[in-house]
Design a protein around this ligand. Structure first.
Ligand code: BEZ
Length: 241
């Protein structure tokens, strides 16, 4: 029977705004001390149910194909799959040698894949959701900022492969919010108008509606947007090379 401590561990769910739980792990790229080794970078920590499974394989190929794009946005990728190191190595070799997906082939996975056969790390991050599976991690995506704070979490069930455009969009949107002190509306992408923080007092609400500030487009006192062109956003966020 599960002890209370085991139950608490398996149901722990780090939340947005929490410090990313710390762990040391063995990975396909050597040992890591998380999140310490990634201080100053954004990190996407993502989990997979198991090695040698088809949906996971399609996702791994896609993430590896996009790794440079994420790195340019100051973001490192770290994967976790509930399997051992030698299985990970064999899976990544098979991916490179044999698997083509969506036109991507001969893919070298260069980011670390964490060994977590004991499920200790997966449980720490709430990646094992027992009503979905007691032995496999769901497809979790944790966005962790340069200070080690969890900024967004997306969960997918076992049967559903992730949407990588959305993962990248969310990363860029959060970086834009931080860099320009704005928010981003539904379906925002760089080049679209951004949202100016809502008026926090009656005075500011009145001022926004009365002023002729040409930079602001106020539909009403609480809903003001402003233009921000794509180059302004990307120049600030993406590394120059
Ligand atoms: C997959 O990655 O293909 C998969 C993993 C676990 C359950 C179902 C599908």
């Amino acid at each position: 029977m599960e002890t209370l401590q085991e139950k608490e561990q398996s149901t722990a769910m780090p939340r947005i705004g929490d410090a990313a739980p710390e762990f040391k792990a063995v990975t396909t790229q050597g040992d890591i001390d998380f999140p310490e080794d990634y201080a100053g970078n954004w990190v996407i920590l993502f989990s997979h149910p198991a090695d040698f499974t088809p949906v996971c394989t399609s996702e791994f190929i896609t993430f590896a194909h996009l790794e440079d794009k994420f790195n340019k946005a100051n973001c490192k990728l770290v994967g976790l799959s509930i399997d051992g190191l030698y299985s990970h190595i064999a899976w990544l070799r098979t991916i490179k040698e044999k698997i083509e997906f969506n036109g991507m082939k001969n893919i070298d996975v260069k980011f670390p894949l964490i060994e977590d056969i004991s499920m200790e790390i997966a449980k720490k991050y709430g990646m094992v959701q027992p009503n979905e599976s007691k032995t496999q991690a769901v497809r979790a995506v944790f966005f962790i900022d340069p200070k080690g704070i969890i900024r967004a979490i997306i969960y997918y069930p076992l049967s559903l492969g992730r949407n990588f455009d959305e993962i990248y969009r969310a990363l860029i949107a959060m970086q834009t919010a931080d860099a320009f002190n704005v928010a981003t509306p539904a379906d925002w992408n760089p080049g679209d108008d951004v949202i100016v923080s809502p008026a926090g007092s009656c005075g500011v609400a009145k001022e926004r509606m009365d002023s002729n500030n040409e930079d602001l487009d106020c539909k009403d006192w609480f809903f003001c947007t402003k233009k921000m062109d794509k180059a302004t956003v990307l120049d600030k966020i993406l590394k120059k090379q």
